[in-house]
Design a protein around this ligand. Structure first.
Ligand SMILES: Cc1ncc(COP(=O)(O)O)c(C=O)c1O
Length: 295
């Protein structure tokens, strides 16, 4: 986007615009990808799932041995201040790096002062119930083994999307296969339905998606049988429905995999039911936030 420079930002304790952020070339986030991040959706100035996202950020930080001089409440207040313009759809991007050291050493710096960047970005609305679905392709998972940490070292994810792009599938999704099992996509979690039973891979070195968690609650509320199990490629190809989840795209149906129709080759009834339930849950959560802020 051409006017990214004027985006409201919070950098190492101060509010500014993104163009005023001055990150050192010796920052370990730049040199090593030694950093973690979060992306939190916001609607009309209200954050969705902010406690869960910031709790996951704290978990990622703990996993890499980095402490932050801010609490979850502090981070939420900063994020809310950045959303003051209240656009219809936005996200908050948060990145914490292990900071700057004068020499480029792999081991942690002796004194680590984290670099903290948070900015808000206006985005287009995600799709609605009339969405026609997306195409999926299997891709060997080349990422590292600690994918539960939301690290900015995303080379495996980048190469998966780049390969799709080079094959002429820019808007399609990669379905990542590890040890013969399909575990997630480069930026979303995976669900499939077969004979009214819903499956999702267990949290075994994949990202614990905030949306995944909400969708599992909705699956239980709707009374479906639910099993945490990673499907093989064959199981996924034989599914009645497949969809992906993340905070921005919410629930995204996959209608073909490797050119083969999934179910009827159109978004299915379980996706429609859960998508609608998710929209309802989202508006309830946003309404209760509004009430809280009025009191
Ligand atoms: C690898 C990966 N899996 C799953 C997700 C979904 O997480 P969430 O629902 O919290 O957005 C993401 C989101 O960025 C991701 O990068």
């Amino acid at each position: 986007m051409s006017d990214n420079k004027s985006l409201p930002a919070f950098y190492n304790g101060d509010f500014m615009t993104l163009s005023q952020v001055n990150i050192s070339p010796m920052d370990r986030g730049f040199l090593f990808g030694d950093s973690v991040y979060e992306v939190i959706p916001a609607f009309h100035g209200r954050l969705l799932g902010e406690v869960e996202h910031y709790q996951r950020l704290m978990n990622s930080l703990a996993s890499i041995g980095l402490s932050l001089p801010y609490s979850i409440d502090d981070l939420i207040s900063i994020s809310q201040a950045l959303l003051a313009q209240k656009p219809a759809f936005a996200f908050i991007y948060v990145q914490i790096t292990r900071g700057v050291e004068a020499t480029r050493k792999h081991r942690f710096p002796v004194i680590a002062e984290p670099t903290i960047l948070i900015y808000s970005q206006v985005v287009e609305a995600a799709f609605g119930l009339d969405y026609q679905g997306c195409h999926g392709h299997f891709h060997e998972d080349m990422r590292w083994q600690k994918c539960d940490i939301k690290s900015t070292s995303l080379m495996g994810n980048i190469l998966a999307y780049q390969q799709l792009y080079q094959q002429g599938h820019e808007n399609d999704e990669a379905l990542l296969v590890r040890n013969g099992l399909v575990v997630e996509a480069p930026s979303s979690n995976l669900f499939m339905a077969k004979d009214q039973v819903i499956y999702t891979p267990p949290l075994n070195n994949i990202l614990a998606g905030v949306t995944r968690d909400l969708v599992i609650k909705l699956i239980h509320e709707a009374g479906f049988e639910f099993i945490e199990n990673a499907p093989t490629k064959a199981m996924l190809l034989d599914a009645d429905e497949v969809w992906l989840t993340n905070s921005y795209e919410e629930l995204k149906p996959i209608i073909t995999i490797e050119g083969k129709n999934i179910g009827t080759g159109a978004p299915g009834p379980i996706w429609q039911q859960l998508f609608s339930a998710y929209q309802e849950l989202k508006s309830q959560k946003l309404k209760s936030q509004e009430l809280k802020s009025q009191n």
